[in-house]
Ligand binder design. Structure first.
Ligand SMILES: [Zn+2]
Length: 183
C-alpha cells in the first residue's frame, strides 16, 4: 500500500518551476516522435501485428539512435512483391535515409524474430551496434542458428546480440498467425 502513496507523491511533485523561470521548451526533433513515451519493443510488436493484418508473417522491427526511434517497419514481402522486404531490411533502409548515412553506427535494432541470413548480412554491413531479438527462429534464423553469420571470420562487423527478450509474446503472435492461416 505504501508503494502506491510513493507513486502518488511522485506524480504530485512533478517538476514545476517554483522560481517562475521560463520553462525549458523541448525542441521537437523532426526525426522522432517522443522518445520518452515509446518503448522500442512496443513499436516493433505494433509493426508485427500490422504485418499480420496485411496477411504478412508477423515480424516487426524498430531502430533506435541515441535514444530516439529513427525507423520502424513490418514485413512487406507480399505487399511490395519483394522477397527481400523483411522488417529488418526496411527498417535499415529507412534509418539510413532518415539519418542520411549508409552506416548506422551507434544504432540498435529491435526485431521480434531472430534475423535471417540476408538481414544478418545487412545488419553487419550497416554497422549496427546492437541487435535485440525476441523469438529465436530455429529454421530461418541465422544469428544463433543455421548460418550463424556473425560467427564467420569473414564477417567484418559483429554487433552485440541479445536474444530471447519478449520471446513468448513473439512466439504467440507467430503461432496465432499460422494457426489462423491453416484453419
Ligand atoms: Zn530477414
Amino acid at each position: 500500500m505504501s508503494q502506491n502513496f510513493h507513486q502518488n507523491d511522485q506524480i504530485a511533485s512533478n517538476p514545476v518551476s517554483r522560481e517562475g523561470k521560463s520553462q525549458m521548451q523541448s525542441v521537437p526533433d523532426p526525426l522522432t516522435q517522443d522518445p520518452l513515451t515509446q518503448d522500442p519493443w512496443d513499436i516493433a510488436f505494433d509493426e508485427a501485428k500490422d504485418a499480420a493484418h496485411r496477411g504478412e508473417v508477423p515480424v516487426g522491427a524498430c531502430i533506435v539512435s541515441e535514444g530516439k526511434i529513427v525507423a520502424r517497419a513490418g514485413n512487406r514481402i507480399i505487399a511490395a512483391r519483394d522477397p527481400s522486404a523483411h522488417a529488418e531490411m526496411l527498417a535499415i533502409r529507412a534509418a539510413a535515409q532518415t539519418l542520411g548515412s549508409e552506416r548506422l553506427i551507434g544504432c540498435d535494432l529491435y526485431v521480434t524474430l531472430e534475423p535471417c541470413a540476408m538481414c544478418a548480412g545487412a545488419i553487419s554491413l550497416a554497422r549496427l551496434r546492437r541487435v535485440y531479438y525476441a523469438a529465436p527462429d530455429l529454421k530461418g534464423g541465422a544469428i544463433d542458428h543455421g548460418a550463424r553469420i556473425f560467427s564467420h571470420p569473414t564477417c567484418h562487423h559483429v554487433p552485440e546480440v541479445y536474444g530471447g527478450i519478449r520471446e513468448s509474446q513473439s512466439a504467440e503472435l507467430l503461432r496465432d498467425f499460422f494457426k489462423a492461416r491453416r484453419s
